[in-house]
Design a protein around this ligand. Structure first.
Ligand SMILES: *[C@@H]1O[C@H](CO)[C@@H](O)[C@H](O)[C@H]1NC(C)=O
Length: 666
């Protein structure tokens, strides 16, 4: 824009009456470029970014000069960042990279839309300092829209070295003074402690730095509570809106994510939302609740391109400050509007396909389990999704491509809309049944295609009729016994919230209180898994400074007679594992080697992260008739590793099947 048109706009702006109630908008969308900053103003709010860095340093709204904090010791304002490491780096730690743009471009500037691009182009002389990626950060403001969109195009090209991408996100550091009330679900919202409450001597670090006991918070009402950002984690499928409310003046700041297509690990992968500082995040890539499997590993010259977002930052207000908390309800409504308008029509990048460039798939999934029913069973509410080609269940570790998920209806019918063109496999799992489904044919989605799979049949793993089962096969340990928290480590928010009981800090320590001398024993027929099966098999009973005792759980069951015609099958589904080895022994506690060993599995960290699931594992153990006894039998489940109180496994479901019945019997 040249000077004269800019001046003209300013004049126009001055003579217009800005009103929230007028039918016809009188606001003007304008772009102001300064030497090292750019400002977009649409008459509702003003967005200020560094130029060419592309970091957000100001959001002016509703009389508040800046919704963002700029006086934190390290991280300020709003920014895209990533965490990366050189190949061969073990674990999930890497280098923080705050993606400073080195080039700025106005992509679009009309009366309706302004779209800006801040790119950082890979420079081989910076090898070791920057992640080898070309990154294009985009920001869009629409006329009359109370908020802005952001997306980014990440590209790894043929001339770039190998590297690992551990994390990618947008982070906002909100004004500490203004934003005290956080909301991310109807029953997970509260006044939050202050950042300084987490720092000694006001705060005392617990078993790891993220968990802090508030011993002397500025506001005494928080005294004795635990603060930990992972208490506000959320599954991808539900992670659509969260943020903070300023109570006076009443202003909401919301991060709305209308689609999961660019997230990793499928619909139930969990991630962070908002937390103390006050911080609001849009997570795109992370190792949370999955560990190293979620580190994206790129080979030298491996071509890859991915669009993260767009996500929407929504700002709202209400006239009466007594209604400030209703801003959450308004934010939810706005989230539904954004979801309904996905895929957005307005992003300029050709790398973001519009609705008419995308395709659909539909069909019906049924379950065949002849030991339950001769008829096909409806795959009611099944998770059905397209993800890059791989083995059954591979979607849960997949993090380079796009995924598209839905839930089937009561009859198992499913329809997935607006899929990006590409080659996929169709994956599914059905609550109530073990295992993973993968449709045998690969699926090619093209613009406007509508693939019909017809009726497809999932045959869950099963060799014989159920003798007994423990838990519900739904990839979660939520149905098991979740103890009361230690009264010294409470988050008051979760008291009297049955669905959030497991989010309290330190529950792993309660095992030793409940089982001081002897490990858990579950007796089939008389025990109740809701009361008698601890939700996590933890190491416990500290026996030295850093030494814990492995635990061995027993399942006792009776067999009136032994069927010699074939093998029995023990199905063990885990909902999480962290640096654990599960050993199974049948009627022989000291059997060496064990009858089954999982090997070293998992780095979910779900126990420390107040979760009930991470990645899903299913093991099938053949048990021969000779291993079983007429009368009482005992299965020993030993978690063999004992380095840390935070390591262990969570069961999803356990079942013992009798040998296969001959066809005559069913
Ligand atoms: C039973 O299991 C054992 C041990 O896994 C295996 O060697 C044997 O072949 C199995 N028998 C049948 C009939 O499947």
């Amino acid at each position: 824009m040249n000077i004269s048109s800019w001046q003209l706009l300013q004049v126009l702006f001055c003579i217009m009456i800005v009103s929230n109630h007028s039918q016809i908008s009188t606001r003007v969308l304008q772009l102001l470029q300064q030497e090292d900053q750019v400002v977009i103003d649409n008459g509702i709010f003003q967005l200020r970014l560094t130029n060419p860095g592309g970091n957000i340093i100001g959001i002016q709204y509703n009389g508040i000069e800046n919704l963002l904090e700029l006086n934190n010791p390290s991280l300020n304002g709003g920014f895209w960042d990533l965490n990366w490491s050189v190949p061969g780096t073990a674990g999930t730690r890497g280098k923080f990279d705050k993606i400073e743009g080195n080039s700025f471009k106005v992509i679009m500037e009309t009366a309706e839309q302004i779209e800006l691009s801040f790119t950082r182009t890979w420079n081989p002389s910076l090898q070791g300092e920057h992640s080898p990626l070309n990154i294009d950060k985009r920001f869009i403001v629409l006329r009359d829209s109370p908020g802005f969109y952001s997306y980014a195009i990440y590209e790894h090209k043929e001339d770039m070295p190998e590297f690992n991408l551990n994390e990618a996100r947008i982070a906002f550091m909100l004004s500490i003074e203004k934003f005290r009330y956080m909301a991310m679900e109807d029953d997970r919202q509260r006044l939050m402690p202050l950042p300084k409450d987490r720092v000694p001597p006001r705060g005392k670090e617990l078993a790891y730095p993220e968990a802090v006991l508030l011993v002397d918070p500025v506001e005494p009402e928080f005294k004795g509570e635990v603060d930990d950002k992972y208490q506000y984690s959320c599954e991808n499928k539900d992670n659509k809106v969260h943020g903070f409310i300023c109570l006076d003046p009443p202003v909401g700041f919301w991060q709305i994510t209308p689609s999961n297509e660019f997230r990793t690990g499928g619909p139930i992968k969990q991630d962070l939302t908002s937390h103390v500082n006050p911080t609001t995040l849009a997570m795109f890539v992370s190792t949370h609740y999955g560990g190293e499997d979620f580190v994206i590993k790129f080979g030298s010259g491996e071509p890859w391109k991915k669009v993260f977002g767009p996500v929407f930052i929504y700002l709202n207000t209400v006239s009466d400050k007594n209604d400030a908390r209703s801003l959450w309800d308004d934010a939810k409504e706005r989230m539904h509007r954004e979801v309904d308008s996905w895929p957005y029509s307005f992003p300029s990048s050709e790398d973001f396909p519009k609705a008419d460039q995308r395709g659909n798939i539909h069909g019906r999934l049924v379950v065949s389990d002849r030991y339950i029913s001769k008829e096909y069973l409806s795959a009611k509410g099944a998770f059905v999704g397209l993800a890059p080609p791989g083995d059954a269940g591979s979607f849960q570790r997949e993090c380079k491509g796009y995924q598209f998920w839905t839930n089937s209806d009561d009859e198992g019918y499913f329809s997935i809309q607006n899929v990006r063109p590409g080659n996929y496999n169709l994956y599914a799992w059905v609550s109530g049944f073990i295992g993973d489904y993968r449709y045998e044919k690969s699926i090619a989605i093209t613009a406007a295609s509508d693939v019909d799979t017809g009726e497809i049949v999932y045959e869950p793993p099963r060799s014989g009729p159920t003798l007994w089962e423990i838990g519900i096969p739904d990839r979660s340990a939520a149905e098991f016994y979740i103890p009361e928290p230690n009264p010294q480590y409470i988050n008051k928010l979760f008291i009297n919230q049955p669905t959030n009981r497991f989010r309290q800090y330190g529950l792993w320590e309660r095992y030793a209180d409940l089982y001081p001398d002897q490990d858990l024993v579950f007796t089939v027929g008389s025990s109740d898994y809701r009361k008698d099966w601890f939700y996590a098999q933890v190491t416990s009973r500290k026996i030295g400074d850093n030494t814990y005792k492995p635990t061995t759980w027993k399942i006792k069951f009776n067999l009136d007679s032994i069927d010699q015609t074939g093998n029995y099958t023990l199905r063990i589904a885990l909902s999480s594992a962290t640096f654990s080895i599960l050993e199974v022994r049948v009627n022989e506690e000291e059997a060496n080697p064990p009858h089954f060993s999982s090997g070293l599995i998992g780095s979910d960290n779900t126990i420390a992260r107040h979760g009930v699931h991470g990645l899903y594992w299913l093991f099938s153990v053949e048990v021969t008739a000779r291993q079983l006894l007429q009368g009482e039998n005992i299965i020993y489940l030993k978690q063999e590793r004992s380095f840390s109180a935070l390591h262990g496994i969570m069961y999803d479901y356990i079942r013992l099947e009798a040998p296969p019945l001959s066809a005559m019997h069913y």
